[in-house]
Write a protein that binds this ligand. Structure first.
Ligand SMILES: NC(=O)C1=CN([C@@H]2O[C@H](COP(=O)(O)OP(=O)(O)OC[C@H]3O[C@@H](n4cnc5c(N)ncnc54)[C@H](OP(=O)(O)O)[C@@H]3O)[C@@H](O)[C@H]2O)C=CC1
Ligand SMILES: O=C(O)C1=N[C@H](C(=O)O)C[C@H](O)C1
Length: 269
């Protein structure tokens, strides 16, 4: 199998299945395999069938290692601890790692930064073109409008999502803070509903909703005393994120070690 082929972590998950389908329909991309946690219900199932397609004769394995020896890149939408373990395995095998997982702790982020000294890692809280363009718009808006406008970031996702605020909301918050020349950690007001008292000038706040099958909604509002400007993004289909992840994997193979973002992949600077 060609070293340009792609291995999929969490191949039975919502994003894993979508990534498999995207690889199989992308000319020039090939599937090295997929894996799930040991004992998971999808181990041994045909990966194509799991993705809602015809059988492809590759079954879901229960560890990264076998597949990594056949792969040039690993695409990973799983959970923070799992992605860090996978990054260690990818580094041992010299395989590029595309991480879409969100909700990392500061310590986990630091370990990924360290591992990116050994392999190319592309990591983004949102793999879509639209959201990555939106971050640039939010940065410019925050810079132009200044502290007289309160920034509130709203996100809504399906009922099964476990982390909050979403990785995308945090990316948008970081972009807004960058536009104002501050660090999000110093100005984050946290999540609406946990806040008390009047709003502090310069704070960037987050509002979260979970329900049903919502794929991903994000809105950034700049609320002034006489006007409100709102920028928004709606994800209609998970295939959007899968498409970005496959583009990132193909881009990362052969790149020097380093921690990259989707803005690097998309050439957005
Ligand atoms: N950056 C982006 O553009 C996007 C990011 N995401 C993020 O991706 C992540 C996954 O989302 P989603 O697909 O909805 O979640 P799912 O829970 O549907 O998928 C995760 C999959 O990983 C599996 N898994 C758990 N442990 C392991 C392991 N040790 N090895 C291999 N596989 C394992 C899970 O299996 P089991 O269920 O048996 O535990 C599950 O099948 C989340 O953090 C989400 O926020 C999602 C969409 C877009
Ligand atoms: O969990 C999801 O589904 C999504 N997660 C990402 C996030 O945390 O922002 C990206 C997308 O919005 C879908």
């Amino acid at each position: 199998m060609a070293k340009s082929s792609i291995l999929v972590a969490g191949a039975g998950g919502r994003m894993g299945r979508s990534v498999v389908a995207e690889i199989l329909k992308t000319p020039g991309a090939s599937l090295a395999g997929g894996f799930e946690r040991p004992g998971g219900p999808d181990i041994g199932k045909d990966i194509g069938v799991l993705a809602g397609l015809d059988a492809i004769g590759l079954s879901v394995e229960d560890a990264a290692e076998k597949g990594l020896s056949r792969a040039g890149a690993l695409i990973d939408f799983t959970a923070p601890k799992v992605s860090v373990t996978n990054a260690r395995a990818a580094a041992e095998n010299g395989v590029a790692h595309v991480i879409g997982t969100t909700g990392f702790s500061d310590a986990e982020e630091a370990e990924l930064t360290e591992l990116a000294k050994a392999i190319p890692i592309v990591k983004s809280g949102n793999m879509s073109v639209g959201v990555n363009v939106l971050t640039a718009l939010v940065e410019a808006g925050a810079k132009a409008l200044g502290d007289d406008y309160d920034i509130e970031i709203f996100e809504a996702h399906h009922r099964a999502k476990v982390d909050a605020p979403s990785g995308t909301a945090l990316m948008l918050g970081a972009a807004a803070a960058r536009g104002r020349g501050v660090d999000l950690n110093h100005v984050s007001a946290g999540v609406e509903g946990t806040r008390v008292g009047a709003r502090k000038s310069g704070d960037i706040g987050f509002s979260v909703m979970r329900g049903g099958g919502i794929v991903g909604e994000h809105q950034v509002s700049f609320a002034g005393m006489q006007e409100v400007i709102t920028l928004s993004h709606s994800a209609i289909d998970r295939g959007l994120f899968a498409k970005g992840a496959v583009a990132a994997a193909r881009w990362a193979i052969g790149k020097p070690a380093g921690l990259y973002s989707m803005r690097d992949v998309l050439g957005l600077g």
